[in-house]
Design a protein around this ligand. Sequence first.
Ligand SMILES: Nc1ncnc2c1ncn2[C@@H]1O[C@H](COP(=O)(O)OP(=O)(O)OP(=O)(O)O)[C@@H](O)[C@H]1O
Length: 319
Amino acid sequence: MARDENGRMLICNPTSGSGNHVDRVVELAGEYGLAVRRTEGEGHARELAREAAPDVDLVAAAGGDGTINEVVNGMAEADALEDTTLGVVPGGTGNNFASNVGIEGVEDAFEVIDDGERRDLDLGVTNERAFVNSCVCGITAEASGATSSEEKDRFGILAYLLKGIEQVSEFDALPLRVELGGGEGQPVRWEGEAMFVLVGNCRRFTTARRAQANVEDGEFEVAIIERASAADLAGEAAFGGLFGEDGNDAIVRRRAPSLSIEHREGETVEYSLDGEMLAAEALELRTHAGALSVAVGDGYRPDPDADDGGLGIGAGDAR
Ligand SMILES: Nc1ncnc2c1ncn2[C@@H]1O[C@H](COP(=O)(O)OP(=O)(O)OP(=O)(O)O)[C@@H](O)[C@H]1O
């Protein structure tokens, strides 16, 4: 198929969230001229994106963060990131990435796909897979599976951490070596017993409902949660203390464009990349600055900490 500069494709996960977004999404896709493909199971969104991305101008993902993750991986595998924009239609439970890029709902998503601003956002890359929002080390597949939609909706990725702590009476911390590097100066090495290592690309780890990180700075926001007793961390109030504004001794926060995480005794550790599980003994992570073109909503602010809201007028990196 020849490349169609105006071609737009929508990949819809009919099982994301409660699934009640699907009819409206398909209807709007028809109105806006997007061809629709429905996923049939794990890995299918990735496959569809890989096939479609080289031939179209935009690939939209309708679903939750897991669907977006698969679509982006498919685009990357097709080597199509330079020429193809990602559109985001929120249809999942948490829709963390969608809200971080200013998409306010299904109707808004199609308007943004049609003529919203295009920004070049950082992409997180690991050994074998890319991620848009976060990579979390220490969440088990069991904890991920046992987390309810309601909990995910309320706490986002932190819901998995709460569940992980709930599931064990005395949580076994992981003997890890974390090396942060890639920036100016010497790499920083941390060794110890960690319960979780949280690596945010488009999201940071606070209790705020909206927890967007600067995703155009070429850096991750890294939080290492050091060993603490399960009793100290259990419950929402303790979590508020841990991730709240006042900081906490059990948490080490750093920014870095790249890092490695390794189990000191060579055991396999489970990771959650945008909510999708991956197991590895050692993981290398780095940001690909500005590698992912995304159609963003009016409410998107590149720098959430800037006084002007980070409008970045004249920044010249929109496309
Ligand atoms: N047709 C299908 N049937 C069953 N599972 C599917 C299907 N298509 C995709 N999946 C699975 O859906 C998962 C992705 O779900 P997604 O993250 O989009 O929704 P969610 O979990 O409801 O939302 P969120 O991530 O926002 O909490 C992937 O693990 C994928 O394997």
